[in-house]
Write a protein of this length. Structure first.
Lengths: 379, 394
């Protein structure tokens, strides 16, 4: 036992020497270009290198919680890179970090405002009537709602670990959310601090996430690659934007507590969200070991939407494993890519629109897309 | 269980000590406040800042501060060091456990009383280790908060001290509850925490919520309401931690049962690691069951609500102070944020309308251009394509 205590001390000393020098680590290293900006929302364009490009671009909508670079955390664990390798062009939404001035932003603003503007921008830039949408976690819920409101703009919808049916006691978040006074929280705090959300996430598995994970790191503290990988994950986990007050108010009250999306009672402004209007092909992916979004929350999509082409795939993974595990790289990413490629073949719908959608975008990038589209069609 | 009773008494005495310290500090500050209206070397903002920070720490304690200033590696090292500290504590428990197991030679059967005695002995060490992991009840953060509170609120609460005696007098009801706690009645702990709260509500709480007189009446009342909300928050926080204590005991029993598997085994780093794995997985499982229980969920809701109500009162009090300066209050800033939001929304809507008009215009210009082209073409070579040249030909 003395030996073990001494070992821990030695490893800690090494850890001190190794870790204290590292101020930051690289994440999201796949080349990209900022092409659009509105308020704090930015869109990054990822262009495939090959000539064989899928004719419909994919708009990736991540959750407001944490950051989208989880899907591009490092080069050998990057869903984005896997998609690009298959010729799928990406437009990735970065929601940014809401400040106090953004406390009044509502779900309607995010979905029917920002998200709709982004989709229009991409449609215009790519010269297509419809885009593919990939929604992740809370971003998946947003994408499903968006697809119900604007089905004419979505060619194919991919949902990844998206909570839809919130009526379950399988997940602690679902249980705890029932007793939260969302009105009081938002009225008092304005935006909900990222730390508050993080605390909730850590307490879902406190011994693993607050203790064992770090004790385990000590065993590998000499391995620079493992340390770097660990730090990337740590950076992501604690990189938690605050949640815009009005949005989280509605998310808790109407979804976690009221389960209104499933009941067909969810209102976004003056629009009712009817999932039967989701008629485009849907790929629904969830993790069988997901403790944040339990399978029950996601697995019901095929029964709720109006689409007759719904593919549901469960993977034996947890919530974060869905993005970074080796299985995600070898199995999940190809599943998504194959499904999208099959359903994105060139058709009159994907040809350039006759009339340019003037001024639909407020992008920062150059509009070189139409030329590129022509090249693509030729090839 | 007698030993559990001891632990319950420990818990209770810690709680009482804290209460005494808490009110004692408050009384001290109030006395000082009577001598001097200001804190020496500190502005009210300092005290309120402490209050706010400690409230945040009470909520975010296990996570710790974000600490970006030390860099990512530094922050992670701090977490590793904290986890290692808990691990080393467990190693110490393991060492003591091995000494206990040595009292059970292989092949011997111990009496139930002896096993119980060993268990009680073991549990004390185990609980001490768990206490360092979760923080004692109340945690250091709560104590810090109490200290900040005593500094911040004492000045306005002088009149409340007359009512301190009834608070403790009413606690004379506690011995029955304490006795039940000593007999292992888990519900008694909850009852005890509830009793403290009730006594507070009936005495000091009533004072703090009562109307006051004088030039600073509004401010004084607001400060008292804040103090009242703060005490309620801490009462809720104390009740919130009770299930952790109970769950720790439950997990301890399970860990002890599994510890028997190590009887007679050679002590190696591998066996230690195995014990560690058993320890944290059992705790994870038992705590998960606690987290999803209705009781914990209710307490969670209450503590969050109490914390928010305190924050609400605190913000209003802060606004009162800030209002004396030329700085904008939270309410005023909210008005600015609201206006900004509405303006942005309006601009976005106008932009969309303009874009739509531009799109329609482009289509019309395009159609008009086609028509004009057709008209010109028909003038140059009438009827060349055999198609109608356009509406203006009619």
């Amino acid at each position: 036992m003395l030996e073990e205590s001494a070992r821990i001390q030695q490893r800690l000393l090494k850890g001190q020497a190794n870790l204290l020098q590292i101020k930051d680590v690289d994440t999201g290293t796949t080349p990209r270009e900022l092409v659009y900006k509105q308020d704090k929302v930015e869109v990054y364009h990822y262009r495939p290198e090959g000539r064989d490009v899928v004719p419909v671009p994919l708009v990736v909508v991540y959750a407001l919680v944490n950051r989208q670079y989880m899907m591009d955390i490092q080069q050998d664990r990057s869903l984005f890179k896997k998609m690009l390798d298959r010729g799928i062009e990406l437009y990735v939404v970065d929601w940014g970090y809401p400040s106090k001035a953004d406390k009044y932003l509502s779900m309607e603003d995010y979905i029917a405002g920002y998200m709709n503007d982004v989709v229009d921008f991409v449609r215009d830039r790519a010269g297509v009537d419809k885009v593919n949408v990939l929604g992740v976690c809370q971003g998946g819920t947003f994408s499903l709602i968006y697809s119900a409101l604007f089905p004419e703009k979505v060619r194919n919808l991919v949902l990844m670990v998206a909570p839809v049916d919130f009526d379950t006691r399988d997940g602690l978040l679902n249980v705890w959310a029932q007793v939260l006074d969302a009105d009081l929280m938002v009225d008092v705090l304005g935006n909900i601090p990222g730390e508050f959300m993080n605390l909730g996430f850590l307490w879902l598995r406190p011994f693993q996430l607050i203790l064992d994970k770090y004790v385990g790191l000590l065993d590998n503290i000499d391995d620079p690659a493992i340390v770097q990988n660990f730090l990337r994950m740590e950076k992501w986990i604690f990189d938690s934007p605050d949640q815009a007050g009005e949005t989280i108010r509605q998310f808790i009250k109407d979804l976690y507590q009221g389960n209104k999306l499933v009941k067909g009672k969810l209102m976004l402004g003056d629009r009712r969200v009817n999932l039967k209007k989701v008629t485009m092909p849907v790929l629904n992916i969830y993790g069988e070991q997901d403790h944040l979004v339990p399978p029950h929350c996601s697995s019901c999509v095929d029964e709720l939407v109006g689409s007759r082409d719904v593919t549901t795939r469960a993977f034996p993974l947890g919530h974060i494993g869905m993005y970074v595990s080796s299985r995600a790289q070898t199995d999940l990413a190809p599943t998504v890519a194959d499904w999208l490629i099959t359903r994105s073949a060139a058709s009159p719908e994907t040809e350039r629109t006759a009339a340019p959608r003037q001024g639909a975008a407020q992008g920062t990038g150059k509009r070189t897309r139409r030329t590129k589209r022509s090249t693509r069609n030729e090839s | 269980m007698a030993r559990e009773g001891d632990n319950a008494n420990d818990l209770m005495s810690t709680w009482l000590d804290w209460q005494r310290e808490f009110f004692g500090d408050w009384l001290g500050a109030a006395t000082k406040g009577a001598e001097s209206a200001m804190w020496p070397g500190r502005s009210p903002f300092d005290a309120f800042g402490d209050w706010q920070r400690n409230w945040m720490r009470s909520f975010f304690g296990p996570l710790g501060a974000r600490a970006p200033e030390e860099g990512l590696g530094g922050a992670v090292f701090r977490r590793v060091a904290d986890a290692s500290s808990a691990y080393v504590d467990l190693v110490n428990v393991w060492a003591k456990s091995m000494a206990l197991l040595a009292q059970m030679p292989p092949g011997t059967t111990l009496s139930a009383d002896k096993v119980k005695e060993l268990y009680d002995q073991w549990l004390k060490d185990y609980q001490s280790m768990m206490g360092s992991l979760w923080g004692a009840v109340p945690s250091d953060d709560v104590k810090d908060t109490a200290k900040a509170y005593s500094e911040a609120a004492g000045v306005w609460a002088e009149q409340a001290w007359r009512f301190m005696e009834p608070v403790f007098k009413n606690l004379e009801q506690a011995p029955q509850t304490i006795s039940r706690m000593a007999q292992g009645d888990a519900g008694a702990r909850m009852e005890f925490a509830g009793l403290l709260r009730k006594n507070y509500e009936d005495t000091l709480g009533r004072v703090l919520r009562a109307p006051t007189l004088g030039f600073f009446r509004e401010f004084s009342e607001r400060a008292n309401r804040t103090a009242d909300a703060y005490v309620r928050f801490n009462a809720a926080l104390s009740q919130y931690f009770v299930p952790f204590y109970q769950t720790g005991l439950r997990a301890g029993e399970k860990v002890f049962q599994r510890l028997m598997e190590f009887k007679g085994k050679e002590v190696t780093p591998q066996t230690l690691r195995e014990f560690y794995r058993i320890w944290w997985t059992i705790n994870e499982d038992v705590h998960f069951q606690m987290f999803r229980s209705e009781e914990f969920t209710r307490l969670l809701g209450e503590v969050v609500r109490a914390g928010l109500l305190f924050k609400k009162q605190f913000d209003e009090l802060s606004d009162e102070i800030v209002g004396l300066t030329n700085l904008p209050t939270k309410k005023e800033m909210d008005e600015v944020y609201r206006s900004m939001y509405e303006l942005k929304k309006e601009i976005r809507s106008q932009k969309r309308a303009i874009q739509e008009l531009e799109r329609r215009l482009a289509v019309e210009v395009s159609q008009a251009g086609s028509s004009a082209q057709g008209r010109t073409a028909s003038k140059r070579s009438p009827g060349t394509d055999g198609m109608p040249a356009g509406g203006d030909q009619r």
